[in-house]
Design a protein around this ligand. Structure first.
Ligand code: NAD
Length: 283
């Protein structure tokens, strides 16, 4: 059995948060307005409520101003766009996050495009995603940014490696694939129509999985010594599990992220980091 090490997102995220808290303390001591994050939650999606609660708590812990806007399920597109327009103009708000998914009657694309790119803390605005693809400075979506931070923290070599990303969403799969490409990996993106997936994953030196399917990646799909990043969050009766069969895959991998305690905490830490960076750009 290969000795498999843990990419400890909980620890790395906590260190990042402590570093941010020190910076915010200095900002406040100098008499300046602190960084402010506005979070908009529409409706009663239980998972969204949990995420928003975690984000608000994290903001307060590092000393940010947190502006939570809870809107009812029946909120209209117009009302939501008006709130976004107000937050765009509010000088105390440096980052705006509209928690997705929105209720079915609302148009997510239009809402994301209404956020000013310089306040688009999630990095989902086409302007930011476009700059990411072009390799220009931009706000990088929190989960992909957290994955790259974790790999860098543990000194995982990326250049020249075969990186395989399972999942092609705009929030995880596509951006993380581009970030790996920027670091000179040879990147393959797999998705639901990919044929013979396991033949591709077996070639991965770095395997990032964001498919939303519990225990989808099993031991025989992974190359010996691979670095495995599990983005999946699946709520089963037995608890929270990732997209990777952790117990099986750790027998072959050299590094692996646990769920929980891997990518999840990094996402929240990078949300704070993005807010701080947006704030600093306004100074
Ligand atoms: P999504 O549902 O938008 O996309 C899933 C992707 O998986 C699609 O591109 C699809 O083509 C691919 N896929 C589905 N079935 C497949 C199959 N059989 N073979 C290969 N590819 C397949 O998902 P998302 O928003 O990118 O999220 C993916 C997972 O990551 C979810 O579990 C989500 O909860 C989790 N997530 C976690 C964090 C975090 O902070 N840890 C952040 C975002 C998303």
């Amino acid at each position: 059995m290969t000795e498999c090490k843990i990419l400890d997102g909980k620890k790395v995220a906590s260190e990042a948060r402590e570093r941010i808290a020190v910076i915010v303390k200095e900002i406040k001591e100098s008499g300046k307005v602190p960084p402010g994050l506005a979070v908009v939650l529409v409706g009663d999606n239980p998972a969204s409520k949990v995420y928003v609660g975690q984000k608000e708590k994290a903001c307060k812990e590092v000393g940010f101003e947190s502006f939570l806007h809870r809107l009812p399920e029946e909120t209209t597109q117009q009302e939501l766009l008006e709130l976004v327009a107000k937050l765009n103009e509010d000088p105390k708000v440096h980052g705006i996050l509209v928690q997705l998914p929105l209720p079915k009657h609302l148009n997510e694309t239009e809402v994301i495009e209404a956020i000013r790119p310089e306040k688009d803390v999630d990095g989902f605005h086409p302007m930011n995603l476009g700059k990411l693809v072009a390799g220009l400075p931009c706000t990088v979506p929190c989960t992909p940014k957290g994955i790259m931070y974790l790999l860098e923290y543990y000194g995982i070599e990326i250049e020249g490696k075969n990186a395989v990303v399972v999942g092609r969403s705009n929030i995880v799969g596509k951006p993380v694939a581009h970030l790996l490409l920027q670091k000179n990996a040879t990147v393959t993106i797999c998705h639901s129509r990919t044929k013979n997936l396991e033949a591709i994953t077996q070639e991965a030196d770095i395997l990032v999985v964001a498919a939303g399917k519990p225990h989808f990646i099993t031991q025989h799909m992974v190359k010996k010594g691979a670095v495995v990043v599990d983005v999946g969050i699946n709520r089963l009766e037995s608890g929270l599990v990732g997209d990777v069969d952790f117990d099986g895959v750790r027998m072959k991998a050299s590094w692996i992220t646990p769920v929980p305690g891997g990518v999840g905490p990094m996402t929240i830490a990078m949300l704070l980091q993005n807010t701080l960076e947006m704030y600093e750009r306004t100074l």
